[in-house]
Design a protein around this ligand. Sequence first.
Ligand code: NAD
Length: 311
Amino acid sequence: ARTVLVTGCSSGIGLAVAVLLARDPQRRYLVLATMRDLSRRGPLEAAAGATLGDTLRVLQLDVTSDKSVTECLGNVPGGRVDVVVNNAGVGLVGPLESASGPQVQRVFDTNVFGVLRLAQALLPQMKRRRSGHIVVVSSVMGLQGVVFNDVYAASKFAVEGLCESLAVQLLQFNVFVSLVEPGPVNTEFEAKVLQEVEKSEFPETDPETLRYFREVYLPASRQVFLTFGQTPDIVAQAIADVIAAPRPPFRTPTNPLYSPLLALRFADPSGNLGVRTFQRLLFDLGPAFHLSLALLRCLTCRCCRRRVTPV
Ligand code: NAD
């Protein structure tokens, strides 16, 4: 069996992918489901069921700590990791003027340096064996900037650059790099980000920007999650497919509904089309934007499809 180390398994996509791989009917994987805080292992262990202690083991790992990475890898049976799924990540939304140094640092330390730490720790053994797979849960925000997500998008863009560069060299060693690009996923992620927003008064931000953030962006974001939001299980399946592929793809978008927005970036090399389209969608169209999302949601929901599918 291939040993797969997954980060951030106490909730969301990490929990879902760890359990999905551990339950593989062909028993192809030994899953090392890691999390920063072991006191939060309850939901993972409940979902793991009989695989716990068999094809799934729980280990402590804080991706922001060199010491924790060294200790965790020291506890890996035989020291061997065949696949690493870099899933741990944190978000940050709000006007940039109010993002504090520690908040920005935390996003980069988790989303960027976390991936870097594990890659540096695992590359020597993977290269030596001439086999291995580094999977990173990036985001559509690693391909397309999104208003009021400046810092988070910057962290995911950084990860994209890191991986795109690394992938070229590693192919020489038969080691693969794969980026999985989810759109919005209905996990604790957004709730955690919004909790932060509710706590903050944004004293550094002018009233006009705050109005755009609270009255335009936040409701639109809610609609986007309702319309495009996927389940963590769908993303977990996409990750499992990437891991099982004999020649794993470099990029895997998980959400086809997002493709038209991503295409804007490549349709106009000046980048103006993307920036202006997003500005129009959000600030000029307003209610029409919400209406079009609601329509899209209606057209794509399962219940409609069931009704129009001929028997
Ligand atoms: P989530 O909040 O449920 O999961 C993130 C996990 O990372 C949590 O279990 C958290 O405890 C863990 N984590 C945070 N800091 C850590 C650290 N220092 N060390 C170890 N673990 C740490 O949210 P999710 O949606 O499952 O997010 C998983 C990944 O998917 C993230 O990288 C996120 O950026 C990405 N993503 C999420 C969405 C979305 O809309 N939810 C969209 C695109 C990409």
